[in-house]
Design a protein around this ligand. Structure first.
Ligand SMILES: C[S@@+](CC[C@H](N)C(=O)[O-])C[C@H]1O[C@@H](n2cnc3c(N)ncnc32)[C@H](O)[C@@H]1O
Length: 294
């Protein structure tokens, strides 16, 4: 079988797979498996492939057809144009999370040497991008999963990140003592536990630990807003990613826990995806820009 024949056969197999993009996905898998570029594919498409390689490649295609996300097959994915390692124990980076990173940059852009506390670090995409985009920040990241910490550490090395410290920590249980942060930021698990079985097959392949937000999806917001306000300086902020239609409930939780000047930001699908607030009502410096987004 030639490389081109393998491409066509694999594509045919994926065409029936819901939520797949056969052209793009088969090409990405060929690039990964044979360590070639798209250019190489064109030049080598008539080359014969060994039977064993054909079989192994088609095994990957079957895994994909059975709902394994492409990102777990490749072992990496992209976020804000940068490559990050992923594996089946961590949440795959989502485009929506860019809104959270951009919000943090907007809130902190006029400050140098800020201290940031990221909760629920996962692959580390948020902390790593914030280090790239801010001036000399110091970032502490808390995460419960050993596998996620291991993956995030690989990403810190990949990106030569020097100012991010990762700590194994259960944010639902333990109290964190440092109290001089300029920002607490998190993309916490926010899917209602009862909704898990309705999610598309690929999402169900992602770790339950990274998705499960408890019965009402709000468990983490309640804990974070109650327990991590004390870790902020007076003129500091909190910024959280939101699930669909969670903005009203989380806004009430921010108010209840004495956060002020609350704003939200929408993603590309016009969904309110990020909520943020100031610890102090007198943090007027951002009031104007915050108000614009409400
Ligand atoms: C929605 S994922 C976010 C990952 C990453 N920050 C991102 O935006 O792609 C939530 C993360 O929270 C972690 N997590 C779940 N429960 C936790 C807990 N009790 N304490 C700390 N981290 C927790 C999960 O392991 C997972 O990595």
């Amino acid at each position: 079988m030639t490389l081109e024949e393998l491409y066509l056969k694999a594509k045919k197999q994926l065409i029936k797979t819901p939520n797949s993009e056969p052209n793009f996905e088969v090409m990405s898998m060929l690039e990964f498996f044979f360590n070639i570029t798209r250019q190489d594919f064109i030049l080598k498409r008539k080359n014969k492939i060994k039977q064993k390689e054909v079989e192994n490649f088609l095994k990957l295609i079957s895994e994909r057809a059975n709902g394994k996300p492409l990102q777990y097959i490749l072992g990496y994915w992209y976020f804000m144009g940068k490559k990050f390692f992923v594996n089946k124990k961590v949440l795959i980076p989502r485009e929506d999370t860019q809104v959270l990173v951009e919000t943090a940059v907007e809130l902190l852009k006029n400050k140098n040497n800020v201290k940031i506390l990221e909760l629920c670090v996962g692959t580390g995409i948020i902390s790593i991008m914030l280090e790239k985009l801010l001036k000399n920040p110091k970032i502490v990241g808390l995460e419960i999963s050993d596998s996620a910490i291991k993956c995030a550490k690989k990403n810190l090395i990949l990106h030569k990140t020097k100012n991010v410290e990762l700590i194994k920590f259960n944010i639902l249980k333990d109290s964190f003592m440092e109290n001089d942060f300029d920002l607490v930021i998190a993309n916490p698990p926010y899917i209602k536990s009862g909704d898990f079985s309705n999610l598309q097959k690929e999402v169900q392949n992602e770790p339950y630990l990274a998705l499960n937000g408890g019965k009402d999806g709000l468990l983490f917001y309640k804990k974070i807003l109650k327990n991590f306000r004390k870790n902020l300086k007076t003129n500091a902020y909190i910024a959280l990613e939101l699930g669909i239609n969670q903005n009203k409930n989380v806004e009430s939780l921010l108010e209840k826990n004495k956060f002020y000047n609350i704003g939200t930001k929408r993603d590309l699908n016009n969904i309110k995806r990020v909520i943020f607030g100031a610890k102090s009502v007198t943090t007027v410096h951002t009031k104007k820009s915050l108000a614009m987004h409400i």
